[in-house]
Design a protein around this ligand. Structure first.
Ligand code: FAD
Length: 506
């Protein structure tokens, strides 16, 4: 009797899982998930990731068992556990998805490949979504992506070939390996970087419930409501943690959205806002793979700028006080602090506010994006290295190919939180300040401050930097590099390597 081993990583689902479907067609299936201390105790990880992953794998195990499979949970180095299983069980093939992760998973996967070759055990790694390994050119990438999302889903059979030990014990049956339990955060060295209040749960069921509520109801005003943190928590899909842990595939989300669009077309009375909402949503599913492709093609962008001309733009070592004030939400900019505190509690923030937080750190505070990206990663439940580092660089001006955008934090606050409700919720020390002074409390008259009962510099800090000066200095510094001959030459190279071809053709 031979076994097919499916190594689950950030693909914690059974539906639309090509390696699982292929493995199940080849024989009895046993799955493996490793809680790797090297990943969960790393600076970019947080205990919230462990909690979410644990929920995902427990549900996955129950689903696999219902089909006649098993999921082994192990704590430790993945390679050691793979070796142990291959040594003790009649495993003929290891199946997995190609993963576009951080430098640690990249190195781990390379070690596993070398080991599998040396051990003579076939390791079948299948493409994950629209990200292509060893991609030569971006030409034609979007067309391949279109074909991928329209292709049939890879579902496993309803019943797997029975495992050898599920039969009543007989002389020929193999001994069942222990299924194993998830570790505690302490055992794994996983650290909680903040106290969280969020209620996002892992697992395939939660992923589909989240998508369904978005497509049926919450998403109707998506295009308008996605920009403000007041409305975005409800109006955005909130699918990102599920996509990051793989409890749903991008293709499943895309096909569900397309089906919804078709149903709406047949319904004359539908709200016209749905059309834009669904098309904006499906575009973003492509952006996801577009950004992840950048890291897949150039893993170094986790720590080096896309364009080398920007390598020494900011100091290599961040100003510790500025970094601490930013990550703890006490910069003296109420809207910036409210966004940071909301993110720390909720594990999620909408795109525009993430961009503003990073712009503020990279321009106003002139902090190196490598340090701020590492500091923010544990707070994103949906931390996805491919999107994270590409977006950090984009919002910090170091890609050399994107428009430089320096957000005005006061304007963002007034535009996106006009009543101040969001600030009052997350920066309660400013609660009593009238709305017209709330976005820039340092400028309010002393009498107003007194009546509001707020002592600036004591209850809430003065602005850490002056907006006008910081903005002017940052702009001068970034454009001094951007307009250099070296930066212009490198921009062409970055564009060729990573740029979307869609706009170019148009
Ligand atoms: C500095 C910075 C860091 C970011 N880091 C991450 C990260 O670690 N993980 C992550 O999933 N997203 C990241 N994003 C992108 C974006 O903010 C989130 O994907 C989005 O807010 C998730 O919420 P949602 O699922 O409701 O998104 P929706 O708006 O409902 O979009 C659906 C899906 O499309 C994808 N998507 C949406 N916007 C983008 C985008 N701009 N670029 C790439 N893919 C996108 C995501 O997978 C998202 O789940 C980052 C953005 C910035 C500015």
């Amino acid at each position: 009797m031979s076994l097919q081993l499916v190594w689950f990583k950030r693909d914690l689902r059974i539906h639309d899982h090509a390696p699982l479907a292929a493995a199940a067609r080849s024989g009895p299936v046993i799955g493996l998930y490793c809680f790797e201390p090297s990943l969960y105790a790393a600076p970019d990880a947080d205990a919230q990731h462990l909690t979410f992953a644990t929920e995902c794998v427990l549900e996955l195990r129950a689903r696999l068992r219902r089909r006649g499979g098993e999921l082994l949970l192990r704590t430790g180095d993945a390679l050691e556990h793979l070796e142990q299983l291959v040594a003790s069980l009649p495993i003929t093939t290891i199946w997995a998805h190609e993963e576009t992760g951080n430098a640690l998973t990249y190195a781990r996967d390379r070690r596993v490949r070398v080991w599998a070759r040396g051990r003579g055990i076939p390791l079948r790694e299948l493409r994950s979504g629209g990200v292509i390994r060893r991609l030569d050119s971006r030409d034609g990438w979007a067309e391949t992506w279109d074909a991928m999302v329209r292709a049939p889903l890879a579902h496993p059979p309803a019943r797997f070939t029975p495992l050898p030990w599920s039969n009543t014990p007989d002389a020929g049956a193999d001994a069942a390996p222990s299924p194993g339990d998830p570790p505690t955060a302490d055992a794994l060295g996983a650290r909680a970087h903040a106290s969280r209040v969020h209620t996002m749960h892992g697992g395939e069921r939660a992923a589909h419930a989240t998508l369904t509520s978005f497509l049926a109801d919450r998403g109707v005003d998506y295009r308008r409501a996605m920009s403000s943190p007041v409305t975005a928590f409800d109006a955005c899909s909130r699918l990102s943690p599920h996509l990051a842990f793989g409890t749903i595939s991008g293709r499943q989300a895309w096909q569900n959205a397309r089906r919804r669009a078709e149903a709406l077309r047949a319904d004359d009375g539908h709200d016209p806002r749905w059309r834009g909402a669904l098309s904006a949503f499906t575009s973003r599913l492509m952006w996801r793979d577009h950004f992840m492709q950048k890291l897949e093609s150039e893993p170094l962008i986790e720590c080096e700028p896309f364009s080398p001309a920007y390598a020494n733009l900011r100091p290599a070592v961040p100003d510790a006080e500025r970094l601490a004030a930013w990550i703890e939400g006490r910069t003296g900019y109420p809207f910036v602090d409210a966004c940071m505190r909301a993110l720390r509690a909720e594990g999620w923030l909408n795109f525009r506010m993430r961009a503003m937080l990073v712009s503020f750190a990279s321009y106003h505070l002139w902090l190196p994006w490598q340090a701020t990206a590492a500091a923010l990663a544990p707070h994103f439940l949906d931390y996805e290295p491919g999107i994270h580092y590409s977006q950090f660089q984009m919002q910090s001006g170091t890609t050399g190919i994107n428009t430089v955008r320096i957000y005005n934090p006061y304007k963002q606050g007034i535009d996106q939180d006009p009543t101040g409700a969001f600030i009052r919720r997350w920066v309660p020390e400013l609660e009593g300040i009238p709305t017209e002074d709330l976005h820039a409390p340092h400028a309010m008259p002393a009498l107003v401050a007194q009546m509001a009962g707020v002592r600036l510099g004591h209850d809430y800090p003065y602005p850490i930097v002056d907006h006008v000066t910081a903005y002017r200095d940052a702009k001068a510094r970034i454009f001094a590099v951007r307009e250099s001959v070296a930066a212009e030459a490198e921009a062409a190279v970055v564009l060729e390597r990573h740029g979307s071809r869609r706009g170019r053709r148009a």
